[in-house]
Every structure is written in structure tokens, then in C-alpha cells.
Design a protein around this ligand. Structure first.
Ligand code: UFG
Length: 315
């Protein structure tokens, strides 16, 4: 298939770009490099530096059969400080992209949504029919784009899939997380192991969980990538599907730190700090829907294996 990958210079987009090329697809990457890296774009893909707001001419020229849309601002904390940027890029940019697709008669899209659309869950594991009550602007903007895709499917015959990622980690094709502002637990713990930070701050030890630290569902980026390739041809015109993507097993911050100690052999000094605003105690996915519909199943369910793959790029 001839595809356009928006945000293909970022962590997840670059891994999926490499997987698409390996699968024989013809790939153009569109990325404004605001957070991505040009050297992460796999050779074999064409690269165009442009923002979502300027995607019209690129779509008109490439005339892709499908778009995979990873381009977004994704820092929960920052989304609370400068919400206007998040609405402009995530929602305004996505609207511009959908309009550019319509003009180029491309109506198939896979979109990176998030577990943050659910907010504080009433029930764990979280199913796709759970209430969506985001607790931050980042989650609200992703939920807005999910709604946009439903409208475009109904009104304009789009074939759309929203993949709601839980906590993506690990590395594949030699590509891992490289954020200028790193906020995620596993890369921060690995920076401590690599001697780039003195210690890790655990954000709260008083949650209603067995060891008092937050529980998250860590999914390997390669399993996530597999799901994109399965999702791409799945929906019919006029259909918008929503799938959660997680392992279905939760690990606490303490268990992640223990896994990083085991993998790296570094003691990982820890300080306990206050809770981080907006962190739910527990986020674990039910991925039964995508398992049933598309036969997807994660191959990397072992936390030490996920951490080890990320560490192998750094060490
Ligand atoms: N944590 C620490 N110390 C740190 C960093 C994180 O204790 O230095 C804790 C957090 O409080 C949280 C857990 O580690 O309990 C995981 O935090 P991450 O920042 O790695 O991930 P989040 O669960 O906050 O966020 C992820 C995605 C978001 C998405 C969210 C909900 O990165 O994009 O899941 O889906 F919005």
C-alpha cells in the first residue's frame, strides 16, 4: 500500500515506519521535527518536513491510500500549562490532515489515541465501552480527534481505527525513546542506570495498590507496531473502530524499578516524592476486542524483556 505516516520521526511512528517498509509498503513520512528526529526515519521512506497544518500539498502529491497519524504533542503536564498548543496541534492539526485527506480522496486512517481518554477508571481492566472522562487536556484532545473520526466515517465514508495506547516502552529496529524532555518512568530509570541522573523520584507511595505505587500496563513498541499493520486494512468504509492496546497485566512503579535494577545491575537510588497531579492509581487495558477482531496478541509480556530492549540501545 502507498501510505503516509504523519509523525514518522517520533518514537512510535519511526518504529511503525520501519515495520511498514519491511512489509513492502511504500512510505512517505511527514513530520515537523518539533519533537522527532530526522535520523529516526528509516532509509527507504521518503521524508517531508512539514506540519499537519501544511499537509495539503503533500497529500495532493503523494496521493496515499492510507494515513497513519502519530503526530501530536503528548506531555500530560505541559498540556495543563499550555492547553492552546495542544488544541492547536492535536485537534486543529488533525482536522487539517483529515481535510487534506478528503481533498486527496484518501479515506483510510489509523490514529494514535490513548488510555488518557478514559481518565480515572471505574473498573480495571479498562474496556473500550468504559466512560471517557479525561483528567487532562492531552487526553481531551485525543478524545476530540476520536470523535472527529467517527463523524468523518459517518459523513465522508472514512475507514478509521483509533488505537488507544497504554504505556508504550521498549525498542525495535534500533529505535527507542529519545525525548528532549523525558517524563516517562522506564527511560528515566534507565538514565539513572546510565549515570545521567542521580536518582529516580517515585511520585507517591500512598496509592490504594498493593505496594502503594501506581500500576500501569506496559506494552512493547513492537507489539504496538504489529497492531498498526493489522488495523490498517481492517475497517470498511464508513466504519470507525476503537481498540485498546496493552498487555493486560499491570506493574507497579516499584516493580518497574526492580526490573530496571535486575536488567542493568545498577542499584537505581530512589527518592519518594509527592503524587504527580492527574496520575490515576491504576491503568490496565482489556485488549480483548482487538485480540478477538484482528487476532492480535502481544509477544513481549515480560517486563524485564521490555526494559532490556530499551536498555540495549543505551548500554
Ligand atoms: N513515575 C514516577 N517517577 C517518574 C516518572 C513516572 O514515579 O520519574 C510514575 C508515574 O507517576 C506513573 C508511572 O510512573 O505512575 C508511569 O508514568 P509515565 O510518565 O511513564 O506514564 P503515564 O502512565 O503517566 O503516561 C502514559 C503515556 C501518556 C498517556 C498515559 C495514559 O505516556 O501519554 O500513559 O495513557 F497519557
Amino acid at each position: 500500500m502507498r501510505v503516509l505516516v504523519a509523525g514518522g520521526a517520533g518514537y512510535i511512528g519511526s518504529v511503525v515506519t520501519a515495520a511498514l517498509l519491511q512489509g513492502g509498503h511504500e512510505v512517505t513520512v511527514l513530520d515537523d521535527l518539533s519533537t522527532g528526529h530526522a535520523d529516526a526515519v528509516a532509509s527507504g521512506a521518503r521524508f517531508v518536513q512539514a506540519s499537519l497544518h501544511d499537509s495539503g500539498p503533500v497529500l495532493a502529491e503523494v496521493r496515499p491510500e492510507a494515513v497513519l497519524h502519530f503526530a501530536a504533542k503528548s506531555l500530560v503536564g505541559a498540556s495543563q500549562q499550555t492547553p492552546e498548543e495542544y488544541w492547536h496541534v492535536n485537534v486543529g492539526g488533525s482536522l487539517a490532515l483529515l481535510e487534506a485527506m478528503r481533498a486527496a480522496d484518501c479515506r483510510r486512517i489509523v490514529f494514535s489515541s490513548t488510555a488518557a481518554t478514559y481518565g480515572e477508571p471505574e473498573q480495571v481492566p479498562i474496556r473500550e465501552d468504559a466512560p471517557t472522562r479525561p483528567t487532562n487536556t492531552y487526553g481531551a484532545t485525543k478524545l476530540a480527534v476520536d470523535a472527529m473520526l467517527t463523524s468523518y466515517a459517518v459523513a465522508h465514508d472514512f475507514a478509521a481505527v483509533s488505537l488507544r495506547y497504554f504505556n508504550v516502552a521498549g525498542a525495535a529496529y534500533g529505535l527507542g525513546e529519545r525525548h528532549t524532555t523525558e517524563t516517562h518512568l522506564i527511560p528515566i530509570a534507565l538514565q539513572v542506570a546510565a549515570g545521567k541522573r542521580e536518582h529516580l523520584t517515585v511520585y507517591g507511595e500512598d496509592y490504594p495498590t498493593p505496594d502503594g505505587t501506581c500500576i500501569r500496563d506496559y506494552i512493547h513498541v513492537e507489539d504496538l507496531s504489529d497492531a498498526h499493520l493489522l488495523a490498517l486494512p481492517a475497517p470498511a468504509a464508513g466504519e470507525h473502530r476503537i481498540y485498546n492496546l496493552g498487555n493486560g497485566t499491570g506493574f507497579s512503579v516499584q516493580e518497574v524499578v526492580d526490573a530496571v535494577r535486575q536488567v542493568t545491575g545498577h542499584p537505581i537510588p530512589v527518592e519518594v516524592g509527592p503524587r504527580r497531579a492527574g496520575d490515576p492509581a491504576q491503568l490496565v487495558a482489556s485488549s480483548d476486542r482487538i485480540r478477538g477482531d484482528l487476532g492480535w496478541a502481544p509477544k513481549h509480556t515480560d517486563l524485564a524483556g521490555i526494559v532490556g530492549d530499551a536498555w540495549s540501545l543505551i548500554s
